[in-house]
Design a protein around this ligand. Structure first.
Ligand code: UD1
Ligand code: CA
Length: 475
């Protein structure tokens, strides 16, 4: 039987107190609705219909995917009314599975089992057994255990409220029947809404088989209404990600203090210290170590490389046996070749550091191609920007750049060249030679340290320093 999915996403999410529609709130770096869609697509449905309302344009813009069709629910008149908005686009012979944009961790395997339950044309709903089901609709069963109704908390009597089997809202039924049942709904209840849950009663009356399948785990059916619930699910996702990393061979200093907001591939014996954040697509080779507070986004780190404390790596490739940090920053387009070292307060952007080269302290290397065996002295800066254009710097193999050098691009430092410390280099430096640009040092034998100036002397000196009317400097 063909399967159509309906995802309800029209709720305002008032309790989030946010300008962002609820289903766009991020969980593990992705919108809630994105998580639901990932599970939904694993069922290979014929169509996915999203019922949208408040902030609808923003939601549509965030999901321009071609496989989605959108149904507007202009007024939120209840879950039954919401599903009805999608029904005109669903053929009679489809099964319709209803999901929620704010229930992000629903598992595809659970949904597959539910679809299976309804394969004979019946109605199946996903329930959950809770210690405390307050706030949820309760699944009512007769003495034989057959489901005959769902009663909302607000409409339930005292006895019904003691029932611990709660409705998750996830439900599957044949489109032809669901269409009729929805059309028959009334809103004469405590909330004045058209309840989707009332289709159960009608289905039972029509002699349709109704089954409630308890969810295998609780987190997968939890919804997000406020930021506390969102944080709880973030904790759950963090726990799952940590478990996956450990099962794949990584050692985590503290499984509760790692955040994975994307997809991480780890080799053997990777060690990850506390408070590491991994985002996007991250690959960590065998025996890579990450120090505390390291942030890595969309990067590949090869075997035996150490990323030391508080380094930030974004859109970079680091080859094997490198040492990066502490406090290093690798920006997009950086490539660090085997055995190279990048030390504290060194920033690279769109720069290659060749085999075994070192930039150990306080440097900016931007738009630079640096060869093998190069030593970049402390405080070296590639002056790549003239205020309008970015220019490249090339440093060939074996060059030695003295500390505090300003390399004014475009410029080439030839192979095995030496740049004397403190030089401002704006002409390319020849291979194998020493290039030096530096004022001659002077010493003044009779010089005395200044005395403390009185107020009048201060005023006079400051006055004399003023730029003149014609813009020229004072004498
Ligand atoms: C609903 C169920 C309840 C179940 C609970 C699980 C009904 C009548 N009740 O209750 O049995 O235990 O979910 O969380 O279905 N929505 C729309 N349009 C609307 C109304 C709701 O799109 O007009 C969406 C909301 O955005 C939300 C979802 O449907 O994602 C559930 O709506 P909500 O009002 O939270 O239902 P509950 O009262 O929690
Ligand atoms: Ca709810």
């Amino acid at each position: 039987m063909s399967l159509s999915l309906v995802i309800l996403a029209a709720g305002q999410g008032k309790r989030m107190h946010s300008d962002l529609p609820k289903v766009l709130q991020p969980l593990a770096g992705r919108p809630l609705l994105g998580h639901v869609l990932t599970a939904a697509r694993q069922l290979a449905p014929s169509a996915i219909h999203i019922v949208y309302g408040h902030g609808g344009e923003q939601v549509q813009a965030a999901f321009p995917d071609a496989d989605l069709s959108w149904a507007l629910q202009a007024e939120q008149l209840g879950t039954g009314h919401a599903v009805a908005q999608a029904m005109p686009n669903i053929p009679d012979d489809h099964q319709v599975l209803i999901l929620y944009g704010d229930v992000p961790l629903i598992a595809a395997t659970t949904l597959r089992n539910l679809v299976e339950q309804a394969a004979d044309g019946g109605l199946a709903l996903l329930s959950v057994l809770l210690e405390d089901a307050t706030g949820y609709g309760r699944v009512l069963r007769d003495n034989a255990g057959n489901v005959y109704r769902i009663v909302e908390e607000k409409d339930a009597n005292r006895k019904e409220r003691t029932v611990r089997e709660a409705n998750t809202g996830v439900l599957i039924a044949k489109a032809a029947q669901l269409r009729q049942w929805l059309a028959s709904l009334k809103n004469d209840n405590a909330q004045g809404e058209y309840y989707l849950t009332d289709v159960i009663t009608v289905a039972v009356r029509d002699g349709v088989k109704v089954q409630a399948m308890p969810a295998p785990t609780i987190p997968e059916v939890l919804g997000v209404n406020d930021r506390l619930q969102l944080a709880d699910l973030e904790t759950e996702v963090r726990r799952r990600a940590a478990r996956t990393l450990m099962m794949a061979g990584a050692t985590l200093a503290d499984p509760q203090r790692i955040d994975v907001r994307g997809h991480v591939q780890v080799g053997r014996d990777v060690r990850i210290d506390v408070n590491v954040v991994l985002e996007g697509e991250v690959v960590l080779g065998d025996r890579v170590t990450l120090g505390p507070g390291v942030v890595i986004r969309n990067a590949t780190i090869a075997a035996d490389t150490q990323i030391r404390a508080y380094s930030v790596i974004d859109g970079a490739r680091v080859d094997a046996q490198c040492v990066i940090g502490p406090f290093a920053r690798l920006r997009p387009g950086s490539h660090i070749a085997d055995g190279a070292h990048v030390g504290n307060f060194v920033e690279l952007k769109n720069a290659t550091l060749g085999l075994g080269s070192k930039a150990n302290h306080l440097s900016y290397l931007g738009d630079a191609t640096i060869g093998a065996g190069v030593n970049i002295g402390a405080g070296t800066i590639t002056c790549n920007y003239d205020g309008k254009n970015k220019w490249p710097t090339v440093i060939e193999d074996g060059a030695f750049v003295g500390s505090g050098s300003m390399l004014v691009a475009p410029v080439v430092i030839g192979a095995d060249a030496t740049i004397g410390a403190g030089s401002t280099i704006n002409k390319s430096a020849p291979r194998g030679q020493l290039s030096l640009e530096r004022g001659r040092q002077q010493s003044f034998a009779t010089w005395k340290r200044p005395e403390k100036a009185d107020a009048n002397e201060r005023a006079a000196l400051i006055d004399r320093a003023r730029i003149k009317e014609d813009g020229s400097s004072p004498e």
